[in-house]
Ligand binder design. Sequence first.
Ligand SMILES: Nc1nc2c(ncn2[C@@H]2O[C@H](COP(=O)(O)OP(=O)(O)OP(=O)(O)O)[C@@H](O)[C@H]2O)c(=O)[nH]1
Ligand SMILES: [Mg+2]
Length: 337
Amino acid sequence: MFVDRVKIHVAAGDGGNGCLSFRREKFVPRGGPDGGDGGHGGSVILVAQPGVDSLAAVAHQKHLRAEKGGNGEGSNRHGHSAYDLIVPVPPGTVVLDAQKHFIIKDLGHEGDKVVVARGGRGGYGNLHFKSSQNRAPRQVTRGAEGEARELVLELKSIADVGLVGKPNAGKSTLLARLSRARPEIADYPFTTKTPNLGRVEVGMDRGFILADIPGLVEGAHAGIGLGHEFLRHVERTRVLVHLVEAQPMDGTDPLTNYRAIRNELALHSEQLAQRPQIVCVSKCELPEAEDVAKQLSAELGAPVLSISAVTGQGLDVLLRRIVAELDAHPVEASVPL
Ligand SMILES: Nc1nc2c(ncn2[C@@H]2O[C@H](COP(=O)(O)OP(=O)(O)OP(=O)(O)O)[C@@H](O)[C@H]2O)c(=O)[nH]1
Ligand SMILES: [Mg+2]
């Protein structure tokens, strides 16, 4: 199951209570206070971990609770401090406060972590309060409560290049051709229901992550089709590859389709619309492709590539263009949330 947005409740452990106790031993009169301190409660910590690629595991739990600290005991025994609850999430997870809607932390890279609920401190036992003035204190403190809060976790995939286009344009086929990812491919629209990522190797020592998302249709921003929900997964890319099918099954006009997708991108986010894009006519071994590429190129006033994920035509040119764009837009220079 692919989950990319989930609301969860996290609760840290309470601190253990301090202990009220006096030393009582035969032949030791007035043994004095010996109540130990409580242990600290465990915190809840989210960590971006490689190999985790969806929030499904977290979505199953919903309530994440760390253990409470042990109570102090007599003979000055301190309660044990509880272990922190470490929750692995995919790199690219944005952690938001569900009530106040601010970003707590963007766990963009492997190893990034954030304490989302701090464990309560342990209370003091009465031994702690012993002084020259007060040699038999009866004072203790309770452990502090652990923090609790509601969070929204939102996964925004970390990919360098995003594939966009109408349903059935050939996005998944291209991803499968260029990488080892094996997305579902079929000759009907909306085959892809969740994003797929794959690593594309270019030569010996270059590579990038390519993201394939479900096809967009006009009105996607308003929830039509699978909606624009998945555009979140290309928000962090540096380059978009826009596939235009020359002869769509539904008989629509390729140029109109191109404009519709551009419009949906802009309606989702102005920044996304301004991202560098490489426009390709897909399935270019088919008859209409060349004409459409010319028309599109005339409309854009820029070159349009012709590619075929089936015959491999134009793919080397596409890879070179992608690498050039990535070089021109290094990581630091991009990508707002
Ligand atoms: N002839 C030809 N057919 C292609 C090519 N690329 C993809 N197809 C076919 O086009 C159909 C749709 O391909 P997909 O890769 O599933 O398209 P998609 O853009 O991922 O579609 P959605 O996931 O529904 O948005 C499949 O039947 C593919 O076999 C191509 O280069 N040439
Ligand atoms: Mg697909």
